[in-house]
Design a protein around this ligand. Structure first.
Ligand SMILES: [Zn+2]
Length: 300
C-alpha cells in the first residue's frame, strides 16, 4: 500500500507543504522546506515515519521557487544515498536564478536559516517513477504560480501532489508572477487538467497548519483567486492604486491571515499604480511564453 503524508512548514517558511510517500519497501519526498529550522523539525517527523525497511530513495522538487527546495541539505545529509531530482525544465529555471535568490534570501533570513549552498537537483529524465510497485506520473511542464512546474499524479490513490498549482484555502495565492494574460490562462488550464483527473485528494503547495486537506475546496479557492485576479488586474480597464488593490484581495479572502505583506505586498506593488516592482523576480522571457507553447499539450 502507498500512503501519503504531509508536513507544514512554519509561517515564516511560508507554510509550504512537504509530501512524503511511503510504501512497505521504499519512500520518497516531494518539496523539502524553505528554511533550515523547518528542515530540522521535518527530520524528526521523517524519522518517525521511516524505518530501515522503507528507506528514503529520492527527493523531488515541483518547481524552482526557493520555498520548495532550499533546505534539502540536512535531509540529504541525514539520509545518505538519497537522490535529489527535478524535471529538466525545473532545473533550468533553478540555474537561471540560483545565485541571485541565494543572496537575496540569505539577506532576509540570515545564514542560520538558508544553507550557504542549497543543493541543486539532478535532472530526472523520466515522465514517471515506480515506488514500491506503485506508479506515479510527472505531469509537466505546466503553469502554476510560475512557469515550468511538475504536478505528481498517483492514479492508484487518486491523489495529486500539486505543488504551487493549487493553494490551500488558508493562504493568499502567489499571483505576482502572472505577468501576461497567457500565463493566467495557462494556470487556469492546469486547474482544468487536475479537475479532469477527478482526484480524491490534492496536496497543495501551501496551507497553514491546522487546516484539513479538501481537494474540491482548495481547487475552488485557487480558481476564485485567479478569477479575481482576471477581473481586477489582468482584464481590468485601468490600474488600481497599490493600497486599494491590496485591500480588495485582503477583504475578499478574510481567512487568509498570514504572510499578507509577502503575498499581497508584492502582488499590489507589481500590478498597482505607483508600485515598486520586484525587478529581480521578473520572468526572463515573458513575451516568448505564449499560449501555444504553454498549453502545447492541449489538442482541442
Ligand atoms: Zn511556494
Amino acid at each position: 500500500m502507498l500512503q501519503t503524508h504531509h508536513y507544514t512548514s512554519s509561517t515564516q517558511g511560508l507554510s509550504s507543504l512537504t509530501t512524503l510517500l511511503t510504501t512497505p519497501t521504499a519512500s520518497l519526498l516531494i518539496d523539502p522546506p524553505f528554511l533550515l529550522t523547518d528542515a530540522h523539525k521535518l527530520l524528526t517527523w521523517l524519522q518517525s515515519l521511516l524505518t530501515p525497511s522503507n528507506p528514503l530513495k529520492a527527493i523531488f522538487i515541483t518547481h524552482h521557487h526557493p520555498d520548495h527546495f532550499f533546505s534539502a541539505n540536512p535531509i540529504l545529509d541525514a539520509f545518505p544515498g538519497t537522490r535529489l531530482y527535478a524535471a529538466p525544465y525545473v532545473l533550468a529555471r533553478i540555474d537561471h536564478e540560483y545565485a541571485q535568490k541565494v543572496a537575496y534570501w540569505t539577506s532576509v533570513f540570515g545564514a542560520e536559516n538558508i544553507p550557504a549552498a542549497p543543493r541543486k537537483p539532478e535532472p530526472y529524465p523520466f515522465s514517471f517513477f515506480v515506488l514500491g510497485g506503485h506508479l506515479i506520473m510527472l505531469l509537466g511542464p505546466v503553469v502554476g504560480d510560475c512557469v515550468d512546474q511538475t504536478v505528481f499524479w498517483i492514479p492508484g490513490n487518486r491523489t495529486v501532489v500539486a505543488g504551487d498549482v493549487v493553494y490551500g484555502r488558508s493562504v493568499h495565492v502567489w499571483v505576482e508572477e502572472l505577468e501576461s494574460p497567457a500565463l493566467l490562462h495557462a494556470w487556469q488550464k492546469t486547474l482544468d487538467l487536475i479537475e479532469r483527473l477527478q482526484p480524491e485528494h490534492i496536496i497543495p503547495g501551501h496551507m497553514e497548519a491546522g487546516w484539513e486537506l479538501d481537494a474540491k475546496a482548495d481547487l475552488a479557492h485557487t480558481r476564485r483567486y485567479l478569477d479575481l485576479f482576471a477581473e481586477k488586474i489582468a482584464h481590468a480597464p485601468a490600474k488600481m492604486p497599490v493600497a486599494e488593490l491590496y485591500g480588495v484581495f485582503e477583504r475578499e479572502f478574510p481567512l487568509c491571515c498570514e504572510n499578507r505583506d509577502f503575498f499581497l505586498g508584492h502582488m499590489a506593488n507589481q500590478f498597482g499604480e505607483g508600485g515598486t516592482v520586484w525587478e529581480e523576480n521578473r520572468h526572463p522571457d515573458v513575451r516568448g511564453r505564449t499560449g501555444e507553447g504553454l498549453n502545447g499539450y492541449l489538442f482541442e
